[in-house]
Design a protein. Structure first.
Length: 451
């Protein structure tokens, strides 16, 4: 997503072999970190020179396919192609140089070669590789041309005349050693043209300034992708805000457990939609902030001095980029605040549902308690009846025994069967009652023990 600054001079040189290490196991990312310090070097140049850069959005599969194609392209020219993990590769084609660079979410191809100042200013540069043989790895986002010519010559004047005066930006840089100009518009070939007028630049300064201008245009365009995402998400966020307002009004008058449960379900759906929207835009907004930071950093390195009657690059881009970045920030803030409002509304509604559910449960428990009391009374009634019934049968058995005993040898000593039966009634009732009570108490103790 971000890129290291390109202030190193020259090209990365191939190593003659693995460096000698004193037996210490290297960190897996050591080579990547050391290599990144020398990534995207600029080449000292002497004008007149022309740069063409194209940037393409690409996913991981597209990166691999493009690397295979570029390796084959290099082999067809008798040159070495990029390695499997190589992020930057440079090949010399005639008097020009083609460089392939892999960035976080895009690829760039940059070619620079000699510029024929006698040719028409509108004419494409001779010898560039972006013809029929070139294969675009994905949708094109960046197309920029940068001409480096003497500032006091006719070549500069003819190219300067091509710019649209309504958006023309002109600045002096490096203490007046050069003048840079662009209108940030597309020419007839779809290219954003940048003009560098060389007054007294050293080859190192010229190379560094040209690359920074190309990077400025590259990251300017990718930073603006955040605005496109913000405009895409705005209707969705506005719709969720309106739906939340309508739900809040319904919450004021809703009554009943089922109604509030339905409202809570709608709130959860809104929250899910918002989280999905925020997740979709989070990477894009974060990338735009990073690209915008690189743009501002590149502008600071120019050390611009204003040319009378023209905007500087910093003034123009601040007027155009800053509002777009604020739009992205504003939408992010709306998403965050809307998420907080949804969470508060859901909490309030969930509390109401919980209270109503507790009331419902309390009513259910009260009804269960009433039923339990009725069952207890019924049980006590049944127990009383069972005591009477059992006693009746036991007394009947005793009456039969008394009658039978009256016919035996002890009949003279025994009272009458009626008297024996009558005396047995209270004893039997007491015995049966105590037995039933003991059985009930035993079961009650077992129930308490299990509980």
């Amino acid at each position: 997503m971000t890129d290291s600054d390109s202030d190193g001079v020259g090209q990365p040189q191939p190593q003659g072999g693995e460096p000698h290490l004193p037996g210490f196991p290297p960190h897996p990312a050591r080579d990547l970190v050391l290599g990144e310090l020398h990534a995207r070097p600029f080449r000292p140049l002497v004008g007149p020179r022309v740069f063409l850069r194209y940037g393409f959005t690409v996913d991981e599969t597209g990166v691999e396919a493009d690397r295979d194609w570029f390796a084959g392209y290099c082999r067809s020219l008798g040159l070495q192609g990029p390695g499997e993990a190589e992020r930057h590769h440079l090949v010399e084609i005639g008097e020009g140089v083609l460089r392939r660079e892999r960035h976080g979410e895009f690829l760039t191809y940059t070619w620079d070669g000699p510029l024929d100042v006698a040719a028409p200013a509108e004419a494409p540069p001779a010898g560039h590789p972006f013809g029929a043989r070139f294969r675009a790895p994905g949708p094109m986002m960046v197309a920029v041309r940068c001409d480096v010519v003497p500032a006091d010559g006719e070549a500069f004047s003819r190219r300067f005349a091509l710019f649209d005066r309504t958006s023309l930006c002109v600045s002096q840089t490096d203490g007046g050693a050069s003048v840079i100009a662009t209108d940030f518009r597309q020419d007839r070939d779809g290219l954003t043209r940048i003009l560098v007028g060389d007054r007294s630049l050293s080859p190192v300064q010229a190379g560094a300034q040209s690359q920074r201008l190309l990077e400025l245009e590259t990251y300017r365009l990718f930073a603006m992708l955040g605005l496109a995402e913000a405009q895409r998400q705005m209707p969705r966020v506005s719709a969720i805000e309106d739906a939340l307002l309508a739900l809040a009004e319904r919450m004021r008058t809703s009554d009943g457990l089922e109604a509030n449960r339905a409202l809570l379900g709608e709130l959860m759906r809104l929250a899910a939609d918002l989280e999905a929207s925020a997740a979709e835009s989070a990477y894009r907004f974060g990338a735009s902030r990073a690209y915008y930071g690189i743009v501002r950093q590149r502008l600071e390195t120019f050390g611009e001095d204003q040319q009378d009657g023209y905007f500087t690059f910093t003034q123009f881009l601040s007027r155009r980029l800053a509002p777009a970045m604020r739009t992205c920030e504003t939408l992010e803030e709306r998403q965050v605040k809307l998420s907080e409002k949804l969470a508060r509304a859901a909490t309030l509604l969930r509390t109401r549902v919980d209270v109503e559910l507790q009331e419902h449960n309390r009513s259910q428990l009260a009804a269960m308690n009433r039923r339990a009391r009725l069952q207890l009374r019924l049980q006590q009634t049944v127990e009383g009846l069972s005591v009477a019934a059992v006693s009746y049968y036991v007394v009947g058995l005793i009456a039969y025994l008394a009658k039978g005993a009256k016919t035996g040898p002890l009949a003279a000593w025994l009272p009458s069967p009626e008297l024996m039966t009558g005396l047995a009634v209270p004893v039997v009732l007491a015995a049966v009652f105590l037995t039933v009570r003991r059985i009930r108490r035993h079961h009650s103790e077992e129930d308490h023990g299990e509980g």
